[in-house]
Design a protein around this ligand. Structure first.
Ligand SMILES: Cc1cc2nc3c(=O)[nH]c(=O)nc-3n(C[C@H](O)[C@H](O)[C@H](O)COP(=O)(O)OP(=O)(O)OC[C@H]3O[C@@H](n4cnc5c(N)ncnc54)[C@H](O)[C@@H]3O)c2cc1C
Length: 392
């Protein structure tokens, strides 16, 4: 089998890349180890930055998002029983975000890819990437019980944090930067309308809580829990009681709406960056190259930024013969990646209570939040970072 761009992984990075290349008249093949149902059900991100929304629209993949997505013009910070709203458009010159689940983005992109004739192979596991330093790198993969080889001009590893593409970068040129946090998020989905019309990020002495949503009838919420927690250890009423406590406020108008919990899971929290993001003709994109803790809602959006950068660079090379942008891919992406790492780390450490936190640490967190609530420039800094860093 032969193609111009071999894409490993049909998460948001791989699927969007296939779409962008198709629109630019460049052929690709997507290999995905899981089946279609699994990819379409995996619960993950839900916040699309302004730049991601714009890219999906330009790619012709936004029809359902524009019908069903929920535009958000702000978030609420809750701390010390206070409420502070961060007004995105007022602080950023008109930028905002969209609540539209990653699963729905993937469903839309899969439908488009298959309608355009694919090729998108499910249950096709990439085993190894070979020949990164040659003009024709190859992906060895297994599909329907048979081993095969996909010969390419370029390989893009969009295969997430446990994928194989990263191994194509030799150990002596790879550098890994990481931090593991001593807590995770217990996430729930519940069949009850959201209690607030925007996301609420709460810092509390008992730990962080986040109130979010998937749709006008489905609540998504998270609680900080110790690393290694088993979701089954938490009863449904216990979760609602804890959310109630951590979201407490002096505002008498506030109430938490409870309803049947339909899903519970625990996500570990870590920051991880693999440098460089390119070796020869093998490129890494999305979680294959970097992970952020979900507090800043950046993971999916970073993946989008990477594949847009690659698709534009390749299109420019084909149009002008200049490979300057392809050469600069890793550097260009990493600038944005480190800004997202910085913001996600800052949000995480400001809002979560570390097991070894002292009263001094608590006061510093409250002072940071008070600064945002009382200074327009601190407020604007958060709003700019949350709504997204500019694409290349
Ligand atoms: C609970 C949770 C909440 C989150 N919330 C947010 C949020 O609000 N906003 C945000 O921006 N981000 C969020 N994220 C992060 C976001 O979901 C990820 O950053 C995003 O999925 C990255 O997309 P990707 O395409 O790079 O990787 P993935 O989505 O991980 O896709 C990788 C794909 O590659 C496939 N694959 C792996 N190995 C192989 C192989 N050998 N051969 C073939 N295929 C392979 C996998 O099956 C998978 O389909 C959240 C994550 C979690 C877990």
């Amino acid at each position: 089998m032969r193609t111009t761009v071999g894409i490993i992984g049909a998460g948001p990075a791989g699927l969007l890349l296939a779409r962008l290349l198709h629109n630019a008249g460049i052929d690709s093949v997507v290999l995905e180890t899981r089946d279609r149902a699994y990819v379409e059900q995996r619960q993950r991100a839900g916040i699309l930055e302004q730049g991601t929304v714009d890219v999906l629209r330009e790619a012709g993949a936004a029809a359902r998002m524009d019908r069903e997505g929920i535009g958000h013009d702000g978030i609420e910070l809750r701390f010390d029983r206070r409420r502070h709203r961060v007004d995105f458009p007022a602080l950023t010159g008109g930028r905002s975000v969209m609540v539209y689940a990653q699963t729905e983005v993937c469903k839309d992109l899969i439908a488009l890819q298959l309608a355009a004739g694919g090729p998108l192979l499910f249950e096709a596991e990439a085993l190894a990437v070979e020949g990164a330093e040659t003009q024709s790198p190859r992906v060895r993969f297994r599909h329907q019980g048979r081993e095969d080889v996909l010969a390419c001009d370029y390989v893009v590893g969009c295969d997430g944090s446990w994928g194989v593409a990263r191994k194509a970068v030799p150990a002596d040129v790879s550098r890994v930067f990481e931090r593991t946090y001593p807590f995770g998020w217990l996430g729930i989905l519940a069949d009850v309308p959201p209690s607030h019309d925007e996301l609420v990020y709460a810092r509390h002495d008992r730990g962080f809580a986040l109130l979010s949503m998937r749709s006008p009838t489905v609540t998504r919420a998270y609680l900080q829990v110790p690393a290694g927690t088993d979701a089954a250890d938490w009863g449904d009423e216990e979760i609602w009681d804890e959310l109630d406590r951590r979201l407490e406020t002096d505002d008498p108008a506030w109430t938490l709406k409870r309803g049947p919990i339909t899903s519970k899971s625990v996500t570990p929290m870590r920051s991880h960056v693999h440098e460089p993001m390119r070796h020869g003709r093998v490129f890494l994109a999305g979680d294959a190259a970097h992970i952020v803790p979900p507090t800043g809602a950046k993971g999916l959006n970073l993946a989008v930024g990477d594949v847009v950068t690659f698709a534009r660079a390749l299109a420019e090379y084909r149009e002008t013969g200049s490979d300057a942008r392809l050469e600069a891919y890793s550097e260009t992406c990493l600038r944005r990646v480190w800004q997202a790492e910085r913001f996600s780390y800052a949000m995480t450490t400001m809002l979560h209570r570390a097991p070894e936190a002292t009263p001094f640490d608590d006061r510093i967190q409250l002072a940071q939040l008070d600064r945002i609530a009382s200074s327009r420039s601190a407020d604007a800094d958060l709003a700019e970072s949350y709504t997204g860093f500019p694409l290349d």
